[in-house]
Write a protein that binds this ligand. Structure first.
Ligand code: MTE
Length: 310
């Protein structure tokens, strides 16, 4: 068993995060699951969790999170990707890191994971369609692997590309809805922010295929469409990439996509949200700027007009 402990996020940076985080040893069973075995992922005897102060987040019931998904490569229907994604091939999986970096390369996912210590982080997850969930993700800071590639000073943006696998993804085959593969992007400081993570699991298990296995982005202060699933390529760029949703409807989906109740989407008011799984009589939640993570991320946008850069 190989366990390498990455440099941890300084505790000063995480004290106030609504991050329900516990470092769990990256054990053999994780690696086994990454390479396709069917055994459980995280050892049962390693379930201890540390609840950070101010964390009042209660995870949404797992069945809801697993069966109410947006995965347009498979279907436009939130209930159907659970079944349709099952033939999707996630093993073997490699990730290309290239562009404005000193050390470009193609890495096998299991090699990347061998070098990471997984963290569990409970984050709010807010979709632009005005529903929200709370999800305990398992993964590591995106910044860890970006640093591994040694970004050059010219690297200003990060582009993420999802897999193109038309044999198993029906809407790619038929060119339905969006241009494929799915592409997303972040500014470099957003990508390096300690809240930004690459997830390989949720609820203490590997990611279900319909939720983005084997590797997805999670950026908790942005709308869910930024959280690209099934990532195969990360490029560091001088200029902002053209992203899938921005290209398809620029007036609806900005590059930044920060959760912001003051910027209304043409089809959904962003003022409040339906909290999935909270019960029929539960009131809608007032949406918060940056999805409640202002304290951690507002500085990134200090001098920006967020109505313009939505
Ligand atoms: N990533 C890919 N590759 N394809 C997609 O269709 N949908 C996005 C995002 N990532 C999507 C994707 C959208 S619109 C949302 S809201 C979230 O994934 C949904 O994540 P979930 O299905 O795990 O809730």
């Amino acid at each position: 068993m190989i366990i390498k402990t990455q440099k941890e996020i300084p505790s000063s940076e995480i004290t106030d995060l609504t991050v329900f985080k516990a470092r769990r040893r990256f054990i053999k069973t994780v690696l086994a699951s990454v390479v396709g075995a069917t055994m459980p992922v995280w050892a049962d005897n390693n379930k201890s969790r540390t609840l950070l102060p101010n964390n009042a987040l209660v995870p949404t019931p797992i069945e809801l999170v697993k069966n109410y998904t947006n995965y347009y490569e498979f279907t436009l229907n939130k209930e159907d990707s659970t079944k349709l994604a099952q033939n999707f091939v996630t093993d073997p999986w490699s990730l290309e890191i290239s562009g404005e970096v000193e050390k470009a390369g193609i890495y096998h996912l299991e090699d990347i994971l061998r070098q990471q210590t997984l963290e569990e982080r409970i984050y709010r997850f807010r979709c632009v369609e005005a529903w929200s969930m709370v999800v305990p993700w398992m993964g590591f800071s995106l910044g860890n692997i970006l640093k591994m590639a040694k970004p050059l000073s010219t690297a200003q943006f990060v582009k993420f590309t999802a897999i193109y696998q038309p044999e198993t993804m029906p809407n790619q085959r038929n060119n339905v809805m969006l241009q494929w593969p799915y592409v997303e992007g972040l500014r470099i400081d957003e990508a390096m922010h300690p809240l930004t993570m690459l997830a390989v699991g949720m609820y203490g298990d590997t990611l279900p295929k319909q939720n983005g296995a084997p590797l997805r982005l999670v950026v908790p202060w942005k709308y869910g469409f930024k959280s690209i699933k099934a990532i195969v390529k990360i490029e560091l760029l001088k200029k902002a990439p053209i992203t899938t949703w921005n290209k398809s409807a620029p007036n609806e989906y900005g590059f930044y996509a920060n959760v912001n109740p003051a910027v209304t989407h043409p089809r959904w008011s962003q003022n409040s949200e339906r909290q999935l799984g909270s019960g029929f009589f539960t009131a809608r939640r007032q949406t918060e700027l940056f999805n409640g993570y202002s304290e951690q991320v507002a500085d990134l946008y200090r001098d920006m007009d967020l109505r313009h850069f939505f």
